[in-house]
Ligand binder design. Structure first.
Ligand code: UDP
Length: 314
């Protein structure tokens, strides 16, 4: 592959920083743009001093200027944890709407390909199970989660509009729950919460009755899927996630066991509009990208627990 010059918005975030690693490893040049609202410099600091890496602290809801050519823009900027949906409601709406518009405008000006990080949240609390890409979702536009769901739905609409109206070569990935090294301990999502609670010997708080399901995809698998989608000529959305469904109670029990913790499991209040089920149908990714996850939950969770332990964050 020829050497490319890429812009990754949200490049200091959880998924964005793993993308920086991959492309630098492949010999490409990476511009990582992040305003560090939920991203962290520590996620990319090992690349400081690499002449093929540039970090720009910037809020992409404003006009984005980049010197020189760009081959690819990966738009990953956005807070993404339900714990942030109330705290950062307007920032989330702005980065999904204004930020996506700016990033698409830059892609158009540079003749760059564009990939939007979308989400399984576009399906809301789904009435169709598992979720296929042609399912249109069940979103409460005025609920607390709606800020993220609608921002990403708007971002998808804007991406398709730039593709149709301006011929920008676009990709949309709908990312289902993903976990692994570099998640923030205080991110508020189930996996970092459960791990930090288990490692500290505190009770794990499962919201609701714990029967709600998710499917969890290890970061390494997700990064491989995104890289394949970039190379594939598919402009319509593609689900990426792990097709193994588990309940949140099972997840909590597994984390207690893997971390050899003596923590108890207790139950807390279920957040508003919390999806009851979530499971990707990844037929499209399997067929068109020849991709499927290869890291099982126990392996991926063990790596993640070990990482939290090593970094002393927990
Ligand atoms: N959850 C939980 N305890 C926590 C955090 C989350 O039981 O400390 C539940 C949450 O209510 C949801 C599921 O775990 O049903 C996954 O939540 P997460 O925040 O990881 O992301 P979501 O899949 O809802 O976007």
């Amino acid at each position: 592959m020829l050497s490319m010059r890429l812009l990754i918005t949200g490049g200091a975030g959880f998924i964005g920083s793993h993308l920086c690693d991959l492309f630098l490893h492949q010999g490409h040049e990476v511009i990582c743009m992040d305003n560090l609202l939920t991203g962290r410099k520590a996620n990319v600091s090992k690349h400081f001093g690499n002449p093929r890496f540039t970090f720009v602290c910037y809020d992409v809801t404003h006009y984005i200027h980049v010197d020189g050519p760009l081959d690819y823009i990966l738009h990953f900027a956005s807070p993404a944890s339900p714990a942030d949906f109330e705290r950062l409601a307007i920032r989330i709406l702005k980065v999904g709407a204004l930020g996506t518009h700016k990033a698409l405008g830059l892609a158009r000006a540079k003749g760059a390909r564009f990939l939007l990080a979308s989400t399984s949240e576009v399906y809301g609390d789904p009435l169709s199970h598992p979720q296929r890409e042609d399912y249109r979702g069940n979103v409460n536009p005025i609920g607390v989660r709606g800020v993220y769901d609608e921002a990403k739905r708007f971002a998808e609409a804007m991406t398709m509009a730039y593709h149709r109206a301006h011929g920008v070569d676009t990709r949309i990935v709908r990312i289902f729950n993903t976990y692994g090294e570099r998640m923030r301990a205080d991110d508020g999502r189930a996996i970092p919460n459960f791990i930090t609670q288990a490692l500290a010997g505190r009770p794990l708080i499962v919201y609701g009755d714990g029967r709600q399901t998710r499917s969890i995809c290890y970061i390494g698998d997700m990064i491989q899927g995104i890289a394949r989608l970039m190379e594939a000529p598919i402009n319509t959305p593609v689900n990426l996630g792990n097709p193994h469904e588990l309940s949140m109670l099972e997840l909590a029990r597994t984390i207690v066991a893997l971390s050899r913790s003596s923590s108890r499991i207790v139950f807390g209040e279920l957040p508003q509009d919390d999806p009851k089920v979530r499971l990707p149908d990844i037929t499209k990714a399997r067929q068109l990208l020849q991709w499927e996850p290869v890291v099982g939950a126990e392996t991926g969770l063990q790596r993640t627990i070990d990482w939290f332990r090593r970094t002393g964050i927990a």
